[in-house]
Design a protein around this ligand. Structure first.
Ligand SMILES: [Zn+2]
Ligand SMILES: [Zn+2]
Length: 217
């Protein structure tokens, strides 16, 4: 049980510190809604995961690595569950760990690659980059990729978007870019143009990098 709490705390510190690994203890306690947070901090300190000063908790090098891994696993699992398996259940918010904790590193990399190395979880929180993400920038053609990585003539089906701006979301759904829709890259330069059915649609850069599709060979 405490081991599970520690994982949760590590993720909260990583998120609060935007990857730099420092947070106000009070802030983390509020996030956790438990009265035992101090005990957890002390336990983590004994385990060499964090250093504590009066009000702040700071990840050690080992703690930082662990926090990054846990955060990455959790958020990739969420993307898989929400976007690919299409499961929207409240139960998963608390239960994801039971599933993701059993996934070894190479499976995590495979999931990350399958999903096109997403940068954010479904809640809009950052997913720490893994080795696979850095390598993918060069050579991997993912099964699911942002439109920006497709070549002219490629065909794909929309799986999810990372676009947060409501106007842009309304705009893309208005022109028919919806979950499951098939589209083709008509041209990439000077403007990105998509073909959906009989119509051709120009898109700007933010949208091109925020719409993820499952590629067809
Ligand atoms: Zn999330
Ligand atoms: Zn990756």
């Amino acid at each position: 049980m405490i081991e599970h709490r520690i994982k949760e705390v590590l993720e909260h510190i990583w998120t609060a510190g935007k990857g730099r690994g420092m947070a106000e203890m009070e802030f983390i306690s509020e996030q956790l809604r438990t009265e035992f947070t101090n005990k957890i901090f002390e336990e983590m300190n004994r385990g060499g995961l964090v250093n504590l000063d009066e009000r702040k908790v700071k990840l050690t090098h080992a703690g930082g690595e662990k926090a990054e891994l846990i955060t990455r696993r959790h958020r990739l699992a969420e993307r898989l569950i929400y976007d690919v398996l299409n499961i929207r259940s409240d139960k998963f918010e608390t239960n994801t760990c039971q599933f993701e904790c059993f996934l070894p590193d190479d499976v995590i990399s495979a999931i990350c690659t399958l999903l096109g190395h997403p940068r954010e979880c479904p809640h809009g929180k950052a997913i720490p980059m893994g080795k696979c993400c850095k390598k993918a920038r060069k050579d991997i053609k993912a099964l699911i990729a942002p439109l920006s990585e497709l070549r002219q003539g490629d065909v794909g089906r929309v799986v999810y978007t990372t676009i947060k701006d409501q106007d842009s979301l309304d705009m893309i759904s208005g022109i028919g870019i919806l979950h499951g829709i098939e589209l083709k890259v008509h041209q990439k330069t000077p403007t990105f143009v998509l073909q959906i059915g009989e119509s051709q649609i120009a898109l700007d850069g933010d949208m091109v990098s925020g719409i993820y599709v499952r590629c067809k060979n």
